[in-house]
Design a protein around this ligand. Structure first.
Ligand SMILES: CC(C)(COP(=O)(O)OP(=O)(O)OC[C@H]1O[C@@H](n2cnc3c(N)ncnc32)[C@H](O)[C@@H]1OP(=O)(O)O)[C@@H](O)C(=O)NCCC(=O)NCCS
Length: 166
C-alpha cells in the first residue's frame, strides 16, 4: 500500500463498527462500541483518530485507530491499534505521531501512556517517538494481571511530530 493512499482523520460515529473490529482483533481487553460512541460524541477531552486506506477499487477501509485524551497540558494515549492486515507499514507510528502533533498544537506539553510489559512491538514504536519508561503499574491489566509500563514523552514538539506523521 502506497503511503499516499492513507488518510489520517478524526473518527466519526459511522466509523465505530470498523474501529471496534480493529480493537477486537488487536487487544485482549477491547472497548465496547458504546465506549467509542462516548469518546466520539460526548467526551470533550477526547481526540479520536482513524487512518483510512483507499483500496485499488476506490473503496475505503479503516487501517488503524487511536484515542487520545487532552487534559490541560497533558495528552494521554488511551488506545491505539492497527488492523492485522496493515501492520509493519509505518501506519501505527504515523497515526500516533499525528495525534501527538495535534495535541501539541492544542496545548499539550507532555504525553503519557500505559503499555503491557510484554508488548515489545508497541514499546519499540513508542521509543521511536521518544517515549521513555517512567514507572511500572503492577498487575494493571485485569485479564492476566500483567504489569503496565508507564511511558512519557516530554516537551512535545509539534513540528518534529508532524514530520514523522508524513
Ligand atoms: C503496536 C502496533 C500499534 C504497531 O503498529 P504498526 O503499524 O504495525 O507499527 P509500525 O509499522 O508503525 O512500526 C513502527 C515501529 O514499531 C516497532 N514495531 C512495530 N511492530 C513491531 C513488531 N511486531 N515487532 C518488533 N517491532 C515492532 C518497530 O520498531 C517499527 O519500526 P520498523 O518497522 O522500522 O522496524 C500494532 O502492532 C498493533 O496494533 N498491535 C496490537 C494492539 C497494541 O498492542 N496496541 C498498543 C497498546 S499500548
Amino acid at each position: 500500500m502506497e503511503e499516499s493512499q492513507l488518510l489520517i482523520r478524526r473518527m466519526q460515529e459511522a466509523d465505530i463498527p470498523q474501529v471496534h473490529e480493529i480493537d477486537t482483533l488487536s487487544l485482549s481487553l477491547p472497548w465496547s462500541e458504546r465506549s467509542y460512541r462516548f469518546e466520539v460524541c460526548e467526551n470533550r477531552a477526547a481526540r479520536p483518530w482513524v487512518a483510512e486506506a483507499t483500496l485499488p477499487d476506490g473503496s475505503r477501509k479503516l487501517a488503524a485507530m487511536l484515542v487520545l485524551w487532552l487534559i490541560l497540558d497533558e495528552a494521554h494515549i488511551a488506545t491505539v491499534a492497527v488492523h492485522p492486515d496493515y501492520r509493519r507499514k509505518g501506519i501505527g507510528l504515523r497515526l500516533t505521531a499525528h495525534a501527538l502533533a495535534d495535541a501539541a498544537q492544542n496545548g499539550a506539553k507532555t504525553a503519557y501512556l500505559e503499555v503491557r510489559a510484554g508488548n515489545f512491538s508497541a514499546q519499540e514504536l513508542y521509543q521511536k517517538l521518544g517515549f521513555r519508561v517512567e514507572g511500572v503499574r503492577p498487575r494493571y491489566y485485569r485479564d492476566n494481571h500483567e504489569d503496565a509500563l508507564l511511558m512519557a514523552l516530554e516537551n512535545l514538539n509539534a513540528e518534529a511530530l508532524q514530520a514523522l506523521a508524513g
